[in-house]
Design a protein around this ligand. Structure first.
Ligand code: GLA
Ligand code: ZN
Length: 666
């Protein structure tokens, strides 16, 4: 088989008699499916009792896949513990935020600190690797599934204390980091420390904590505790299989886990895309770019998406004709080297029986969904290896920081209504609307490749970040940051300087006060013909020049947006939550300074994305998210890799509703 974008999805033949497997493989061939994710929820099948392992079904599944010329992404199956395990080792059941010890049920249901879980999950992973390391169907390892959630049991409390000792060294350091003299919390023994939960520091849920430092550390600890489960299984796999790449499926912008802490431990990133119902196309695009940023821009796998509909929401609309194809090429445009579905065949019972599938309960291949899946399979096969291993040559970076996300949203004051993802998305969307390719990177990333660094709501400034941002401006680049940035250190302790703390020299502003208003209040920003909402920082320029000002209230006429010359570059400060139009305008000006606006910028529905193939070919994806044809003028002479049609520089061409072209200059 020639190299191509891997195509397939979750395959659960263990739920079916073998005649259904025959039908499956016939249908997979018809749909161009070459990759099967196998065994995600197979623990009770492969290990029906503690001392019994039975791989006969899995053997047949893998052998059959190999015989059919398909490859397998093999799961270790440890995301849902079997009932016998929970019964025998009740410690494995999680204790929730309210302090309730759960009994057996559901999935993603294990305590990450449970020794029994660790021992049994790694043993199983090891056995699977021992058995299948050399299997011809094996393509990749899929450890666990969608790690997430949190546990608050006594084992986790003990593990948290151990983690804190490692991190802080002494109780004095911890007391200092957490500001425990506030409300008489000075700890004198590690054992006095409790996980922050509804029973301890929290009220009104996970975002209302008396001690942000404690809750921040617990989120970091839980990220690491779950990561520990992944790493232990990976090591068990590696003991038998030194080479096959290992991944686990992430969930994009998933708040509970800081994926940047996980990224170094994965051989490649993969994720499951189920965008919120009313999300604009830049929402999944941002998540794709975040996932691509996990491994320094290397391609990732789209491990799951629905071919038609989800089941878990109150209302589960269909993907309209053409939407699946567009979403899939959007993933490829942002760096996916594989496009897999959840699921290939709909399960007969349980809570996902109405979840969309390539093959429904009737097993037909003449449904609209199957036809679209098969047509896409054909197109991907025809595209071959043209996009594989390609890179995004972005000169714009957007900083994404889980610590800032957590700290911002658990902050009391100035406004609970400022949501991290919303602000970050607004800046991302603006850059994309201007046609800029964007790398979404951690705050520790090397910033030297970038001309523009967007750092919205960078609430915490850690390590040498301020100096590295200054270096971007120093050499001629532009850094943009916003309200509620530069407020606190890595422990969420306020900087004992003017706001925005370490970002003050770069931005040339000082903020002494900030106003917050209900969402219906709109503060006019006349220079941008835009409005602003939620939070209004009152900026005293200290070197910066105003770009736009507030139009109302006692701070009318004072700057809402500023620009500061810094070295050969600039530091911009946006002191309020501008409406999207305002953000668009500010970001467009910043990008224009570096000539980073794209040739189709400003088209309302057309998204562009550049990919540089390993041979240096620069591909331009054009994706029309609109339901009307998009009439464009070709910026260059090129061939569409999907249709083989040529466009001539300067000549008009039309992009179909929901249409895609991949322009290759030739
Ligand atoms: C997740 C899981 C799958 C399935 C789908 C349904 O992504 O990994 O097992 O539950 O959701 O959307
Ligand atoms: Zn626990």
């Amino acid at each position: 088989m020639t190299d191509r974008i891997r195509y397939g999805g979750d395959h659960n033949p263990e739920q079916w008699p073998e005649e259904v497997w025959d039908a499956d493989h016939r249908l997979f061939t018809r749909a161009g499916i070459d990759t099967l994710t196998v065994g995600v929820f197979s623990w009770s099948l492969t290990q029906p009792a503690e001392d019994t392992c039975d791989f006969t079904v899995l053997d047949r599944v893998l052998d059959r896949a190999a015989a059919e010329g398909r490859r397998v992404c093999l799961a270790t199956g440890t995301a849902a513990v079997p009932p016998w395990l929970a019964k025998r080792y009740p410690e494995v059941n999680r204790t929730d935020f309210e302090g309730r010890r759960h009994r057996y049920g559901q999935r993603h249901n294990f305590c990450p600190s449970s020794p029994a879980y660790r021992r049994l999950s790694t043993a199983l992973a090891g056995r699977l690797a021992e058995r299948y390391a050399d299997h011809p169907a094996l393509l990749a390892w899929h450890i666990g599934n969608e790690y997430g959630g949190a546990c608050y049991c006594d084992l986790c409390a003990a593990a948290f204390r151990g983690w804190l000792r490692e991190r802080h060294g002494t109780l004095d350091a911890l007391n200092d980091a957490w500001c425990t003299t506030f409300w008489s919390h000075r700890y004198t023994d590690w054992d006095e420390i409790e996980p922050p939960s509804a029973l301890t520091e929290h009220w009104r849920g996970p975002d209302h904590t008396a001690f942000q430092g404690t809750t921040l550390d617990y989120r970091r600890f839980m990220t690491d505790a779950l990561l520990g489960c992944f790493v232990a299984e990976k090591e068990a796999v590696r003991a038998h299989d030194p080479d096959t790449p290992v991944t686990t499926n992430f969930m994009g912008m998933y708040r509970p886990l800081d994926y940047h802490r996980w990224a170094p431990h994965l051989d490649f990133a993969s994720w499951d895309s189920y965008p919120p119902l009313d999300a604009p196309p830049t929402w999944p695009a941002l998540a794709h770019d975040l996932m691509r940023g996990l491994k320094d821009g290397a391609p990732f796998w789209l491990m799951e998406q629905t071919p038609s509909t989800t089941a878990c929401r109150d209302v589960n609309p269909l993907r309209r004709p053409g939407e699946l194809r567009l979403a899939t090429f959007q993933a490829v445009a942002h760096g996916a080297d594989a496009a897999l579905y959840f699921q290939l065949r709909a399960s007969r019972g349980a809570c996902e029986k109405y979840h969309g599938a390539v093959v429904g309960h009737a097993g037909r291949d003449d449904t609209r969904v199957f036809r679209e899946v098969a047509a896409l399979g054909e197109e991907l096969a025809a595209l071959g290896d043209a996009t594989l291993g390609a890179r995004t040559p972005a000169r714009t970076a957007l900083l994404f920081d889980w610590d800032s996300w957590w700290a911002l949203e658990m902050s009391d004051g100035p406004s609970r209504l400022v949501r991290y993802q919303d602000v970050v998305h607004a800046y991302y969307r603006a850059a994309r609307a201007s046609g800029a390719d964007v790398d979404v990177v951690p705050v520790t990333a090397d910033l030297t490749p970038y001309d523009v660094v967007l750092a919205p709501v960078l609430h915490l400034v850690k390590g040498d970040l301020a100096a590295r941002l200054e270096a971007v401006a120093e050499r001629g680049g532009t850094v943009l940051t916003t309200f509620l940035s530069g407020r606190a250190d890595e422990h969420d302790r306020a900087f004992l300087t003017d706001v925005p703390g370490p970002l003050a020299p770069l931005t040339g502003v000082r903020v002494d006060e900030w106003d917050a208003r209900p969402p219906e209040f709109v503060q006019p920003v006349p220079e941008l013909s835009a409005g602003a909402r939620l939070v209004f920082e009152i900026v005293l320029p200290r070197g910066a020049e105003p770009v736009a000002t507030y139009g109302a209230d006692f701070y009318a006429g004072s700057p809402a947006v500023t620009r500061n010359r810094f070295g050969a570059g600039e530091g911009w400060y946006v002191a309020t939550a501008l409406d999207q139009d305002g953000v668009d305008e500010v970001v467009r000006r910043v990008l224009a300074r570096h000539d980073l606006t794209g040739p189709y910028a400003g088209h309302r529905t057309v998204e562009t994305a550049t990919r540089t193939a390993p041979d240096g070919t620069r591909l331009l994806f054009l994706l029309n998210h609109g339901r009307e044809p998009a009439r464009l003028t070709a910026h260059t002479t090129a061939t569409d890799l999907l249709t083989g049609k040529r466009v001539e520089a300067g000549a008009p061409f039309t992009l179909d509703p929901l249409g895609v072209v991949i322009l290759s200059p030739q």
